[in-house]
Design a protein around this ligand. Structure first.
Ligand code: SF4
Length: 230
């Protein structure tokens, strides 16, 4: 398979050069705002049960890339067999790249931390859309508190990132505390780009959050945040 390069007009982080997805189909976390879910609905193509795509580990991942792994289905969700994760990590390790493992279940990354591909080639990122757990929106995802606790542990061994996207109503003090505890090298902020009718914070509140986060980390605003900052 061909390496899936990120297109210039994509909603993907601008610092990512390609994506790599071995696990495909319906993601266990079932977030209401999931882009893949929306695409499946739009094209009237129901999501299939999750599976491992055997063709993907034949992809030449190149060298010098920064690759987002698991952009269409969370590879560390609890229904993904260990074997699928190991096959993915084994293939990643053959190439001289950096990888971003983004997951809402960072606790499971700890189960694989003894594989040097993770400690030498991977950064780990989690999404914390809010400090508040919204069950109707976050589905089966671990709570933001659980994600933060796992990221705190991971930050002792790998570089950590946090993505606040799609940003939702939050308690400023709790939100800053949760994110600070992840020791993020960088925090990415983005807003809902799918008209999912989410509870969104005001421009002033977003700016207060950014000011508080800038005291201890680097902020990367995604272009879709501009809608809330007008
Ligand atoms: S974790 Fe990501 S891929 Fe999985 S349902 Fe949520 S938004 Fe979709």
């Amino acid at each position: 398979m061909e390496l899936n390069l990120v297109k210039p007009d994509s909603q993907m982080y601008q610092f990512i050069t390609a994506t790599f997805n071995t696990c495909k189909g319906k993601c266990y976390h079932d977030c209401s705002y999931c882009f893949c879910k929306a695409m499946a609905k739009r094209f009237n193509h129901p999501q299939q049960p999750v599976r491992f795509d055997e063709k993907e580990p034949k992809t030449n991942l190149g060298n010098g890339n920064y690759i987002f792994v698991g952009s269409s289905c969370d590879m560390f969700a609890k229904d993904i067999p260990d074997e699928w994760i190991l096959k993915t990590l084994y293939h990643m390790d053959k190439f001289d790249n950096k990888y971003l493992l983004q997951t809402k279940n960072p606790d499971r990354v700890m189960d694989f931390i003894h594989y040097t591909v993770i400690t030498s080639k991977c950064d780990v990122c989690t999404t914390i859309e809010s400090d508040i757990f919204y069950p109707d929106i976050m589905g089966n995802s671990p709570t933001p508190q659980e994600r933060s606790i796992a990221m705190n542990e991971l930050s002792g061994v790998v570089d950590t990132y946090v993505t606040i996207e799609p940003i939702m109503q939050f308690d400023l003090n709790n939100m800053v505390k949760l994110i600070k505890s992840c020791h993020p090298k960088q925090v990415n902020l983005g807003a809902d780009s799918g008209r999912n009718n989410l509870p969104e914070p005001s421009k002033e509140k977003v700016l207060r959050l950014i000011a508080a986060l800038q005291k201890f980390t680097v902020i990367h605003n995604k272009t879709n945040l501009q809608r809330l900052l007008k």
